[in-house]
Design a protein around this ligand. Structure first.
Ligand code: TMP
Length: 222
């Protein structure tokens, strides 16, 4: 349950955005903020979040798997999601946890539909089978220019692993631009579910924008 100003609500909150938008840092800061306000929170991510889905993640992100067909990619993301929903997300929501998830179905829309060109109807049909009605209450889209995001992503990777990139970080600027534009289109299709957050500026500034958006959306839902 999300406890803000004495109100309690079941909450599934997802974070989305292009590579290097800062969502992995910001999701941890929101977790701390929500815990301090008395909520039981779990933080998870896609693809991944449990053993089987982490194994699928390794296949998906392996830079040597560049022969993967778009439809295979779509199905693997869906398979990882189905397992993650069954093992982690549904049980946590039913126990009253606030679930914060680093990427969810909108990443499939942005990357596989808008980025790779998979038919939207095919994706939505598979997504309905996979999610069985689970839709985030709130999706925070951390938006920044593609060049800013990729620069941050490459710096982060080099500081951790040396000069290695995963399959998506090796994609062209044009691909990431399609993904960013796709995310913004999705946000305009569902303005009540999405909050678009300006992800430029300092960590603290972005964290404040996110906290404000969460509070406003919860308050607005009263
Ligand atoms: P991450 O870098 O945020 O952990 O995400 C892993 C990569 O997987 C990232 O490049 C986005 C991509 N992705 C998709 O293409 N489709 C999806 O459905 C998901 C969840 C992630």
């Amino acid at each position: 349950m999300l406890r803000l100003y004495g109100e309690e609500k079941e909450m599934f909150i997802t974070f989305e955005g292009i590579e290097g938008c800062g969502k992995s840092t910001q999701i941890k800061l929101l977790q701390t903020f929500l815990k301090q306000s008395g909520s039981k929170v779990i933080l998870t991510r896609e693809p991944g979040g449990c053993k089987i889905s982490d194994q699928i993640r390794s296949v998906l992100l392996d830079a040597s798997n560049n022969a993967i067909a778009p439809i295979t990619e779509l199905m693997l993301y869906s398979a990882a999601r189905a397992q993650h929903l069954a093992e982690v997300v549904r049980p946590a929501l039913s126990k009253g946890f606030v679930v914060l998830c680093d990427r969810f179905s909108d990443a499939t829309r942005a990357y596989q539909v808008f980025g790779r060109g998979i038919d939207r109807n095919v994706m939505e049909t598979l997504n309905n089978i996979t999610c069985e009605g689970i839709i985030p209450n709130l999706t925070l889209l951390l938006d920044c220019p593609v060049e800013t995001g990729l620069q941050r992503a490459i710096q982060r990777i080099e500081s951790v692993n040396g000069p290695r990139e995963d399959r998506f970080e090796l994609e062209s600027i044009a691909f990431h631009q399609l993904v960013r534009d796709g995310y913004l289109t999705l946000a305009s299709e569902e303005p009540e579910r999405f909050a678009v957050i300006d992800a430029t500026g300092s960590r603290q500034q972005v964290a404040e924008r996110i906290a404000d958006a969460v509070i406003q959306r919860i308050m607005a839902g009263k």
